[in-house]
Write a protein that binds this ligand. Structure first.
Ligand code: ZN
Length: 411
């Protein structure tokens, strides 16, 4: 991820003022109603990344991003990309998303989210088999364990309050037994739980399969409660740091649904995860038209993996990259990146959506992992992704009229 800081232009400052101090209303067709800076008028903005437009005089005259388009982009937390003569300036402005509370579909989704969440989680968990062999342990159905763990992640409440939530769930038939708080954690130390969580993540994403065609790949760290002794070579300090693990994922840029996910140790490089993420998502049933990723993912293997799976790779090149490496695909993409930068960027900027996904997961379900054991940490992290996907699916019911169906034959 590259962040370059520069002075905001006058137009950008005005956009920031509009985004911060006024209410932008999103229409169901994804256009936005944006007040003029005086507040006397409103304009309609279509923030379509490929050709944004606005009904204001400034846009009519210049046919270029006006302050209203920029304001919507700020609200959408999109990367603002300015293509100059020599370099590309990328920055992400973060503004509180106040607008969302006024938006009826969003509101409705939020109001009904918990009820849908429990229902969908139950449907998903009901679809998994019961293969876990437990030697001498009091056996609990795996469906109950995963339901309880994901529900716990979703509610983020104290253990005591959670036990009463679980009792409700039992009374309503969402689980067959009441697992003790500790037994959930015992099960989460088992590696055999991991493939089931992964399967549920895929299943939870599939209702959005027909909506998503553009994808983005990135990674982000989740800190654990374990400490590692860290010797800082540069400064010669010995310090204790929270250890962390890395989540790699590929998401759809429209809904932010996670199509596949990998968890690794913090020290692992990102690039080798590109291909398995793409392949798993395609195998699950997603069709990809384009995939964007930052320069950390640039390699012949990754470009080829995208093309082999039917997608155009929008992966940034490093400044020291050789134009010719004996591959037509490499040369083609290198020239596209370097000599048709504006066109490249029109696709590449969709990548910022994968950063939004990590922000969504961390702000809603926490960026810390509480489990002590590494397997449990992986399972806990996957549970966050499952919860995220279910929330995205619920949002899409209201915004995009998706009717979620899990474990359907078509998928
Ligand atoms: Zn305008």
């Amino acid at each position: 991820m590259e962040t370059v800081t520069r002075q905001l232009s006058e137009r950008e400052n005005k956009a920031l003022a509009i985004a911060t101090h006024t209410q932008l209303i999103r229409n169901p067709n994804n256009t936005w109603i944006v007040p003029s800076q005086s507040g006397a008028k409103t304009y309609t903005v279509n923030p379509d990344p490929e050709s944004p437009n606005c009904t204001c005089p400034d846009f009519e005259n210049r046919r270029a991003r006006c302050k209203h388009v920029l304001a919507v982009e700020i609200v959408l937390k999109r990367e603002i990309i300015t293509v100059g003569n020599t370099q590309t300036v990328t920055e992400t402005l973060t503004v509180k998303q106040k607008y969302t509370q006024e938006w009826p579909a969003y509101n409705k989704a939020q109001t009904h989210e918990k009820a849908h969440f429990i229902e969908f989680l139950h449907q998903l968990c009901s679809g998994i088999g019961e293969p876990i062999q437990t030697n001498g342990r009091p056996r609990l159905p795996l469906a109950d364990i995963i339901f309880a763990a994901a529900y716990k992640t979703y509610t983020m409440v104290s253990a005591r309050r959670f036990t009463s939530d679980l009792r409700d769930a039992l009374a309503k038939g969402y689980i067959s037994k009441l697992p003790s708080y500790n037994s959930i954690f015992d099960y989460f130390q088992m590696e055999s739980v991991t493939p089931y969580l992964r399967q549920l993540i895929t299943q939870s994403a599939l209702p959005l399969q027909s909506i998503e065609e553009d994808f983005a790949v990135d990674s982000s760290g989740f800190s654990t409660t374990n400490y590692v002794r860290w010797f800082d070579v540069k400064y010669g300090n010995n310090e204790d740091w929270h250890d962390w693990i890395k989540m790699h994922l590929i998401c759809g840029v429209k809904t932010h649904v996670v199509a596949s996910v990998e968890i690794s140790r913090a020290t692992k490089h990102d690039s080798p995860y590109f291909k398995p993420l793409v392949e798993q998502a395609v195998k699950a049933g997603f069709n990809m038209k384009e995939i964007s990723a930052d320069k950390g993912y640039i390699s012949m293997k990754n470009l080829q993996a995208a093309v082999d799976n039917g997608a155009m790779p929008y992966i940034a090149f490093k400044s020291n990259t050789q134009p010719d490496r004996g591959s037509d695909l490499w040369s083609k993409m290198f020239h596209f990146y370097n000599f048709k930068r504006e066109e490249f960027m029109a696709h590449y900027h969709k990548r910022s959506n994968v950063e939004s996904v990590f922000q969504m997961i961390k702000s809603k379900f926490g960026e810390k992992l509480r489990s002590k054991n590494e397997t449990a940490q992986i399972n806990e992290a996957l549970t966050k992704v499952l919860c995220h996907n279910l929330c995205v699916v619920i949002q899409s019911m209201y915004e995009l009229n998706v009717t979620p169906e899990f474990w359907s034959e078509a998928a």
